[in-house]
Ligand binder design. Structure first.
Ligand code: PMP
Length: 411
């Protein structure tokens, strides 16, 4: 695994020096939230030390510095996902806010009684509940593309689900539970053939691979900064300029207006039309530093490194008897492994691993319909990122074996 200089990468993340329960921290929960390199932490401090002011308002020097930093961050995001225009990048609080924005603004505009919204059974609640609510508001039909037994989608099922009544198709790019990587470009082609728009939840994709919104041909695409070595509280909604221009904002107030009278108002240009109030200035500038960090590593290297690490972990975990892994095989998945160990509740497992300094996630992973599909009330998940190593995977494997032995002991 030479695509990343792992010692250098690890040295960039101060939290990796932490001890947890007397053991070196083994952080395997980056799908929930990634750790932050010193460069991102420093950028946020420097913002407050030398740039802090409100944006788009004051003519004073600090106001100009803050506005420049904020708008440069938008340009960095545009370049990172290869959007055509800067107006297509709307800063939000995260993926959840971005998807809710689309469902409320564009969704309420185009979806009418009897129309269809098509999603899949592997969606995170953030890409499921907003569409449920939209369907209820507009008396529309929410349809699900079913999953294959290995947690992948068949294009024939995609084609069967999407019809001329479909107005919106919304699918996760990468599943936060199964690790499935969906062919968003192919699904978008089917959606467009029927005149529907394509929305993709990129929360688990943008941190881990090159994402090109023009190549994917998506209409809306959402992701979160905190999963891609950036700060919490910042996310992005990419929207095709033509569609965003047609769409009404859902939040109103400062910055987003053009003219305000006593009874009527007009809105300013994109993208600020969708960014009412004081925006997430330090967070956007922190996200810019995160993008710079990932770009310096190279997203293709990030993908390859995680792929090799995941394959290594998948093989070792498969050797543990009674450990069941959910989702596709190692070559068709992103860098996470969701599993259960027979006879051990995932919460007990996560607690036992924590005693060895290992952080994994246990629960329903904000995907209750998917848990039902898996016939599990909860599962455990180990997720990998640029700073994890094969040695850490070995620590995980040893701790899993030890926990299995402990729970199989007849008292
Ligand atoms: N979609 C997916 C696939 C996710 O994994 C997550 C985060 N767990 C979200 C959406 C929601 O992201 P956020 O909480 O940052 O809004």
């Amino acid at each position: 695994m030479t695509v990343l200089n792992i010692n250098k990468v690890r040295a960039d993340f101060p939290i990796l020096n932490e001890q947890v329960n007397g053991q070196p921290l083994v952080y395997l929960d980056s799908s929930a939230s990634s750790q932050k390199p010193q460069a991102v932490i420093d950028t946020i401090s420097q913002y407050y030390e030398s740039m802090n002011a409100n944006v788009h308002r004051g003519v004073h020097t600090l106001g100009t510095r803050a506005t420049d930093g904020y708008e440069k961050a938008r340009e960095a995001v545009r370049r990172f996902i290869n959007a055509q225009y800067f107006e297509e990048i709307v800063f939000t609080r995260g993926t959840t806010t971005a998807l809710n924005l689309v469902a409320h603004s564009y969704g309420d505009m185009v979806v009418n009684a009897g129309d269809e919204i098509v999603i899949t059974e592997m969606e995170h609640h953030a890409n499921l509940v907003p569409w449920q609510m939209l369907a209820k508001r507009r008396q529309a039909v929410l349809k699900y593309i079913p999953l294959q037994p290995d947690g992948t989608l068949l294009m024939s099922d995609v084609e069967a689900a999407i019809t001329d009544r479909t107005k919106i198709v919304s699918v996760t790019h990468v599943s936060n539970v199964l690790g499935t990587i969906n062919d968003i470009k192919a699904i978008a082609a089917v959606a467009h053939k029927h005149g529907a728009v394509m929305v993709a939840d990129g929360a688990q994709a943008v941190p881990h691979m090159t994402v090109d919104v023009q190549a994917l041909d998506v209409d809306f695409y959402a992701f979160s900064g905190h999963k891609m070595v950036g700060p919490t509280g910042i996310g992005v909604l990419y929207g095709r300029r033509k569609l965003l221009n047609q769409t009404e904002p859902i939040e109103f107030g400062g910055d987003m207006i053009d003219f305000v009278g006593l009874h009527d108002s007009t809105w300013t240009e994109l993208p600020v039309k969708f960014e009412a109030g004081t925006p997430l200035i330090a967070e956007a500038i922190g996200l810019h530093a995160a993008i710079d960090y990932l770009e310096a590593l190279g997203m293709d290297n990030v993908l390859e490194y995680e792929h090799e690490l995941t394959r290594y972990a998948y093989e070792k975990m498969s050797e543990i008897e009674g450990l069941e892994i959910y989702g596709p095989g190692p070559d068709a998945r992103a860098g996470l492994i969701t599993f259960n160990l027979k006879g051990v509740h995932p919460h007990d497992l996560a607690t036992a691993l924590d005693a060895d300094g290992i952080a994994i996630r246990a629960g329903h992973h904000c995907a209750q319909p998917l848990m039902k599909w898996l016939n599990q009330s909860s599962t455990a998940r180990a997720s990998f990122y640029i700073y994890n190593t094969t040695e850490e995977v070995d620590v995980l494997i040893e701790s899993l074996k030890k926990t299995k032995e402990f729970f199989s002991y007849e008292f």
